[in-house]
Design a protein around this ligand. Structure first.
Ligand code: COA
Length: 252
């Protein structure tokens, strides 16, 4: 998987068992995994989940989404454990008021967010600042265009309506992922309607920030892989550093 994002790659290779690369409060680390590209050690990953997470995995009706959930949660725990220097199964992951996952204890200031879309998983990790990430598979055959009125603000609509029809699906995913990353960073769920704020100007350029309650949330779009759109939002200016893609060998 090729992960393209603004910012820089880590200098060294991260391996399970080693401490995470140093993370300061002006940087977001972006990790990714390709569910379909590897034989993941599902039972080993299930072994680090909490009882509640295992129960949730058991409630999926089909095995493929259940396995994806186990791999995503297991990878998340392995990753976070390296940042806070503890064992993956000792992390206490709770939820904010609208369901945003948070580290409950021994967090060392680590904030995180994750997103998965079919075969891909991404996780953004920050220190002392809230972060949100969204990933979507671009489905050009879908009826996504019909969601434009509820997603786009009036000024975004000026830009969008002038686009050639062939460019509209990708444009909408770009807006959608930026808005969802912001809503996930702020942890507010759908209490803020997506059509009430803008992430793209009336001329179509990316707006670098969204304001909420006097705070500017920085936005960065990235391309997780072909036919996918992604975005990160953070409560302040940050650079995005792309970590190497996770593989089973890195989970030890
Ligand atoms: C909960 C929500 C964030 C999930 O979004 P999604 O696109 O279906 O799924 P993603 O893969 O991107 O994200 C799911 C992960 O986000 C995290 N999450 C759940 N609720 C969250 C919240 N309120 N804030 C931040 N993150 C949240 C969880 O880790 C979840 O993964 P898990 O269930 O495996 O633990 C979404 O339903 C929501 O409320 N979105 C609000 C944003 C919005 O308005 N979207 C419309 C288009 S702009």
């Amino acid at each position: 998987m090729t992960l393209r994002a603004p910012g820089h790659s880590f200098g060294g290779e991260w391996r399970g068992g080693a401490p995470a690369p140093p993370l300061d409060s002006g940087t977001v680390h972006l990790w990714a995994a390709d569910f379909g590209a590897h034989a993941w050690p599902i039972e080993r990953l299930r072994g680090v989940l909490s009882g509640e997470e295992r129960e949730r995995a058991a409630r999926f009706l089909a095995s493929a989404p259940a396995d994806r959930y186990v791999v995503a949660r297991g990878l998340l725990r392995h990753l976070l454990a390296r940042y806070v220097a503890t064992a993956p199964d000792e992390l206490e992951i709770g939820q904010g008021p609208f369901g945003k996952p948070v580290l409950r204890s021994r967090s060392a200031g680590i904030r995180f967010n994750l997103s998965h879309s079919e075969g891909l998983f991404v996780c953004a990790i920050a220190r002392d600042v809230e972060v949100g990430v969204d990933l979507e598979r671009v489905d050009s055959g879908s009826d996504v265009i019909e969601t434009a009125p509820v997603i786009l603000s009036a000024s975004e609509r000026c830009w969008f309506d002038r686009l050639a029809p062939a460019d509209r699906v990708l444009a909408l995913y770009r807006v959608w992922t930026r808005k969802e990353a912001f809503l996930k960073a702020a942890g507010v769920g759908l209490t803020i309607a997506p059509d009430t704020f803008s992430v793209v100007s009336a001329l179509g350029s990316d707006l670098p920030t969204v304001a909420l309650d006097g705070r500017a949330w920085a936005l960065h779009s990235f391309e997780p892989a072909e036919h996918h759109a992604g975005a990160i939002a953070c409560a302040g200016p940050v650079r995005v550093a792309v970590a190497r893609t996770l593989t089973p060998e890195r989970i030890e």
